[in-house]
Write a protein that binds this ligand. Sequence first.
Ligand SMILES: *[C@@H]1O[C@H](CO)[C@@H](O)[C@H](O)[C@H]1NC(C)=O
Ligand SMILES: *[C@@H]1O[C@H](CO)[C@@H](O)[C@H](O)[C@H]1NC(C)=O
Length: 468
Amino acid sequence: MILTFKRIISSRRTITYFIAAGLFSWLYVLVRITFFTRSPYDLDSDLERRLAGSRTAHKSSRGINKNPTRHTPILLKPLPPIAPHLRWPPNIDEMLCRPKIYVYPDPPAIQEVYKRVPPVHTPYIAEHILLEQLRDPSSGAYKSYVTSNPEEADFFYIPFLGARYLNHCWFILGEKGDCDVDGQYVLPMMRYIQQELPYWNRTWGQDHLMVHPMDRTSLYYQQKDIMQNATFLTTSGDLRPLAPSVVGSRRYKNIVIPSATTILNLVKIDPLQYLTSSGHPKHKRRDIFVLFSGRYKDVQPDDVYSAGIRSLLLNGFDRQADYVIASGWGPEKYAKLLSRARYGLVPMGHTLGTTRLWECIAFGVVPVIIADGIVEPFEDDIDWASFSIKIRRDDAHRLDKILRAIPEEQYQKMQKRVWEYGRRVLLTRDSWHLIVRDLCRRRHLEGKRTIDRDNHVDLTNSFMIIQS
Ligand SMILES: *[C@@H]1O[C@H](CO)[C@@H](O)[C@H](O)[C@H]1NC(C)=O
Ligand SMILES: *[C@@H]1O[C@H](CO)[C@@H](O)[C@H](O)[C@H]1NC(C)=O
């Protein structure tokens, strides 16, 4: 029996059978793997067929879909409006809360300083404008928020005008450096607030506000540490980790505000001299495609200044027929040009924010912002994307292509939106109202008894359910 088995196994024909069977299974496995294994991208066959049929964009698709326009969307209208509480941006005419702000008087020592240091004509006067509004009994800000009784105040406003002191010293007296601003101005101001009155120490300054309207915010002062606990209202918001100002590291402490500009706040040109009430030029069309005024001629691609972006303007853009680019013009001419421009270029300079943004907005020019990492004022409330264009630095060389690809209808929409909505963000419009909305969101408001919470909406915690 065993012998018979051995003979069968060793017979030649059996060996051939074994080899053939082996070859066959190897071939079978190969064919299976090559042709019948599903790739992780395969979908079910109906969907595969539909996708194959839709590949009309590829010229090589051998005409699978003969009628590419067959499946146009049925709804040609936007979706119906949704309930106000589900909508963003919010209605900024409503208050989130109504805090009371106490404005400190100018300390006696500071009044003496002001006798020597009159206000100067520089664009860094956001500090002056915001303070004036709080001190003007006829202003909306005064009527809505100011209290003369510090005991009932939720916030305390320090009437700090450091830019006035420094600008006077730099531009009128022609001095350089810090002009002893700490000894002459910062210390007398802060000593009064921190040592003569009890309110700073109650929260170690957390509920105190002050404006820093220049590029480097509080870094002009040796004594900056004594003011760090206050909330700074600053004119540039910057998310970069090593930003030249301290703003970057105080994202949730500072409030970004619009800045004042020479033509709007010093020369006080009224855009309505040049534009109709609906924001169109009175005598011409908007025939300037792109407008830019500012420093660019000496900028190299690898400069820190403007991250090299402004070097691109030299590089061909300034020779396009419908681009108007120059180092600057007198206020009248600049205003005329703004009233005829479609897009205004707003590339970063020393900081991410620049005052020409506000000039564009005031004249109904759609701003084209090139400043990666910028935080615009009131981003929680204002839909910036609806009236401005952002181009990344890496795409800035394609600026012309990007702008010319924008359909006319979309441009018109944005232009209307700058005029009817964007202008509300200008410094002299609703600034206090918008600043207060930001203040209302601050945690340290919790437990303040005087805040009117009539308009408070409780957030549902459904987002937490999704996460768990
Ligand atoms: C507030 O605290 C500082 C530091 O502790 C102190 O020097 C100052 O006198 C205090 N101010 C008041 C009004 O008590
Ligand atoms: C800032 O606040 C901290 C506590 O958060 C406090 O220790 C410090 O003294 C405060 N600085 C000033 C100048 O009030």
